[in-house]
Ligand binder design. Structure first.
Ligand code: GRF
Length: 227
């Protein structure tokens, strides 16, 4: 029998779309950069291409319109998640708000990636909004999930310069690979047991972080310093 220390950290992933972040995590696991096991991929869209990235036995998808309300959908999703006993739940392009009961049930275990330098540009169209504002830099954030959209405590960010002539599409295309590096680096900390949330603060190795970690060009996360 395997000893308890041989158990790999269990990662559940919530998706709604193409799944490039999920693929980045699967690649990092395959390359030995992330010590984790994807134990389930969950979607509110049965046609999400992301689902095809894992074996059928790992897929769960339901249509929210088949449920009487959000709470009923969240409860069913929560039961399915709980059944695979994840250590961490990662929202990788999951486009549906998670209600308060769900967030309470999995408190401190749910992370999301958002393509902006939070608290800037919660919600949609983040690349266009950064351009419209004339921002010199843009980026992505990984944060703990709370019921309010994109409002949880930010764990880490990656920054990229905005270039003259950028469009929302060019900016998004340049950010995406950086977002994948950020997600992989944060989940490596999380699955190593180094990350937690308490009193709406992020803790790393038992130390409270007063500002988000920043990803440098070597793929390392640094407290508070900008790469
Ligand atoms: C990413 O840009 C993520 O930040 C946002 O939705 C997109 C999902 O992309 N929340 P993918 O499905 O992981 O390719």
């Amino acid at each position: 029998m395997a000893s308890p220390s041989a158990r790999r950290p269990r990662l559940a992933v919530l998706v709604s779309g193409r799944g490039s972040n999920l693929q980045a995590l699967l690649d990092a696991i395959a390359a030995g950069q992330l010590d984790a096991e994807v134990v389930g991929v969950f979607s509110d869209r049965p046609d999400a291409p992301a689902l095809d990235k894992v074996a059928p036995a790992l897929r769960w998808s339901r249509k929210p319109r088949d449920y009487p309300d959000r709470a009923a959908f969240d409860a069913d999703l929560g039961d399915a998640l709980a059944a695979c006993a994840p250590d961490w739940i990662f929202c990788a392009g999951y486009m549906r708000i998670l209600g308060p009961a769900f967030v309470r049930r999995f408190e401190g275990q749910v992370l999301n990636v958002h393509p902006s330098l939070l608290p800037l540009y919660k919600g949609l169209h983040t690349h266009a909004r950064a351009l419209e504002a004339g921002d010199a830099e843009h980026g992505a954030s990984v944060h703990f999930v709370v019921p309010e959209l994109d409002a949880g405590t930010v764990v880490a960010q990656v920054r990229i310069p905005v270039r003259t002539g950028d469009t929302p599409e060019t900016l998004a295309a340049r950010l995406l690979p950086q977002e994948h590096r950020l997600v992989t680096a944060v989940l490596a900390l999380a699955t190593a047991g180094r990350l937690s949330e308490r009193d709406a603060q992020v803790w790393l190795d038992g130390q409270c972080l007063f500002s988000p970690l920043q990803l440098d060009s070597a793929g390392e996360l640094h407290p508070g310093s900008r790469a």
